[in-house]
Design a protein around this ligand. Structure first.
Ligand SMILES: Nc1nc2c(ncn2[C@@H]2O[C@H](COP(=O)(O)OP(=O)(O)O)[C@@H](O)[C@H]2O)c(=O)[nH]1
Ligand SMILES: [Mg+2]
Length: 642
């Protein structure tokens, strides 16, 4: 059976996501309908919904220049425009990384960031928040030729003094000499540093986003690409050219910019061996052609240390031609479909299961709690019904005695609830101490000191020492919170245990807050940064601007982790006692319900059958509530243990 095309799969994926959003919304309504809504869980749910609604699948195309990345993007996604939409060119001038996506609010545009902005100490992420810093060209998306014309601006270049080119990291004496350029006054450089393209293409509208990166040179000078943008892509497509094989710079790119940020895992990583058409007419028979493709794959797989089956031999150029002309035979021969199927099946499936895992983690706790609560109430109501069925309703003494017993239980219970309120205050104090230990001011102080020292450092070695110290200090800061965390966790457990022991509450394992994951992430950032730093030497003539950018990127990433830890600590302390509070409230309701029921029985003049029927009727709303929840859980495809 032929697999579905990428387009169809993407469409299905986005519909699946929309359905998931809908069922989470229904669950949210269910909670509020049955009085289970509270601010914290509402926030959690709204955050999840926001995340789902802005979810994008990013495919990043990475390779040395001229391997055919842009041509491949055209062939894979934009062939039906009938033109070569994005400019693909033989030179090495396509220097600016290009992101394609659909910006619902912004409309159709190209936004270009000027190359001189490299000299500013502002991250790309920050520039992106500032549209006025970009040069905007509007796109008329009903006209592919107008768009094609507008895209030509992406590759425009200009002549500048060599000194400036050098400062920008765009002057390489050795490479220029190889091209016979020696000691020039002016140098040709690209006009733009980064391009953002938005237009309402169906795939982009459904959440696809494409990152087209230029060659080694640009990646080596923009640490943010390697350290922030590539790691957040769902898939990296690394492109080789069949006619050049794996060159030294391909390999450098592979090691320094592709493998490293996948954390050693080859998941979501495909290698394309492009330009197989170069081998078409060189060889006489079909067999020889097959063999030579296969031996190329084998060789590349061995050099890159990947399985042969993640290497896709294609001809992007012929595929684009075939699609534009509607030539099925040529398309088959270009082998683009095999790659397309891989993207459609493996990559989209991976994304789906990742998304489900996140939803399971974030929603699972809430949904399990709802499910526990409702099952518990129902079980209690059933047990009570069974108990009442055995009562001699005419015996007023008996019902009176049961009522007195229940009232006593109520008194003891209310006393414990008061105790709980006191423990909650103690907890709140400790939680505040935890939150304060991760406060922004502490982190900012550490970072400010480092930046200050770094500015004074005279060598990159000195800067590295400062960086090391920064990470040590941040690690210590996290370590300080570990003790507070442990103390807080202990308190939470004690509070839960009391209600379990004295009132038979169902065991709730409180969510525990842990500092470990942040410590691990911090460590990783430092290591990635070091790897980048040691690789940067070979490609850079001007060090300090890149190293400065590298350290700014690292600091921004570290700052994000600590901010996350701080935010997570706040969320945790706000929500960890919520399930217990719900149980406490529910238990109180149960006791009151029991009293009311006994009173009714006591005063009842009806027959036994009537009494039982009215007790049974009380179960119905609970059953309805449970059934609604089960249906919602089924729709969400969550794995919920109860
Ligand atoms: N023969 C052949 N040439 C190709 C193929 N794909 C791209 N090219 C050519 O290779 C050059 C560079 O392509 P481009 O897409 O700009 O490469 P990029 O720098 O990796 O984005 C252009 O001249 C393309 O026409 C292919 O499949 N076969
Ligand atoms: Mg290109």
């Amino acid at each position: 059976m032929r697999n579905m095309e990428f387009k169809q799969q993407m469409h299905e994926y986005s519909q699946w996501r929309a359905k998931l959003v809908q069922s989470i919304e229904i669950y949210h309504q269910w909670r509020s309908r049955y009085g289970m809504k509270d601010t914290n869980s509402s926030n959690t749910i709204l955050n999840i919904l926001n995340g789902l609604q802005s979810d994008r699948i990013t495919l990043a195309f990475v390779a040395e220049f001229s391997r055919g990345k842009t041509e491949l993007i055209n062939a894979l996604f934009f062939a039906e425009t009938g033109v070569r939409l994005l400019p693909s060119s033989p030179g090495r001038t396509t220097m600016s990384p290009t992101e394609l996506f659909h910006d619902e609010k912004g409309g159709s545009y190209i936004r270009l960031l000027n190359i001189e902005s490299r000299l500013e100490d502002i991250s790309l992420a920050e520039f992106k928040k500032n549209p006025e810093r970009w040069t905007q060209i509007d796109l008329q998306c009903e006209s592919p030729t107008q768009m094609q014309e507008a895209f030509k601006e992406l590759v425009s270049t200009k002549m500048v003094d060599r000194e400036l080119a050098d400062k920008l990291g765009l002057w390489n004496e050795r490479e220029a000499a190889e091209q016979g350029i020696i000691n020039p006054e002016k140098v040709e450089i690209p006009c733009w540093r980064h391009a953002l393209i938005s237009f309402p293409h169906p795939l982009l509208k459904e959440g696809l986003s494409i990152l087209d990166t230029p060659g080694l040179n640009a990646l080596g000078t923009e640490p943010e690409l390697t350290l922030s943008m590539l790691p957040s892509a769902q898939a990296i497509i690394f492109v080789l050219a069949a006619d050049t094989g794996v060159t030294k710079s391909d390999l450098e790119m592979w090691h320094n910019h592709v493998c490293h940020n996948r954390g050693g895992s080859k998941q979501g990583l495909a290698v394309v061996m492009n330009k197989i058409d170069a081998m078409w007419d060189d060889l006489a028979d079909e067999n020889g052609y097959e063999n030579s493709i296969h031996s190329q794959i084998k060789l590349s797989a061995a050099t890159l240390k990947v399985n042969e089956d993640v290497i896709f031999p294609v001809s992007a150029k012929q595929a684009l031609l075939a699609k534009v002309k509607g030539d099925a035979l040529l398309l088959e021969k270009s082998r683009l479909n095999v790659l397309e199927n891989y993207l459609a099946n493996d990559i989209l499936k991976q994304r789906k299961s990742m998304l489900l895992a996140t939803i399971n983690r974030d929603m699972g706790f809430l949904v399990s709690e709802s499910s526990n609560l409702i099952n518990n109430s129902l079980a209690n109501a059933v047990a009570q019904l069974e108990e009442f069925k055995k009562i001699d309703f005419q015996n007023r003494d008996m019902t009176g005695k049961l009522m007195a017993e229940t009232r006593d239980r109520q008194t003891v219970y209310m006393a414990n609830v008061e105790n709980f309120q006191a423990s909650r205050k103690v907890f709140a104090l400790q939680a505040q101490a935890l939150i304060d230990s991760l406060a922004k001011e502490k982190m900012d102080h550490i970072i400010k000191t480092t930046k200050h020292d770094m500015a004074k450092a005279l060598t990159t070695y000195g800067m590295k020492q400062n960086m090391r110290k920064l990470f040590d200090d941040l690690r210590d800061l996290l370590q300080d919170s570990v003790d507070i965390t442990n103390e807080t966790r202990r308190l939470v457990k004690v509070i839960h245990k009391k209600f379990k022991d004295e009132h038979g509450f169902k065991e709730i394992e409180p969510q525990l807050f842990s500092i470990k994951q942040y410590q691990i992430e911090l460590e990783q950032i430092f290591e990635e940064g070091e790897a980048f730093r040691s690789s940067a030497k070979t490609t850079m003539s001007e060090q300090s601007i890149v190293i400065n950018k590298l350290y700014s990127t690292l600091i921004a990433k570290a700052r994000n982790i600590l901010r996350q830890a701080h935010a997570d600590a706040i969320t945790w302390s706000n929500s960890v006692l919520t399930p217990l509070m719900h149980q406490i409230k529910d238990h109180k309701k149960q006791i009151e319900g029991r009293l009311q029921m006994l009173r009714k029985i006591n005063e009842s003049k009806g027959t036994l059958i009537e009494n039982i029927a009215s007790l049974e009727a009380e179960l119905e709303p609970l059953k309805l509530q449970r059934d609604e929840l089960s249906a919602i859980i089924g729709d969400m495809q969550l794995e919920v243990g109860s």
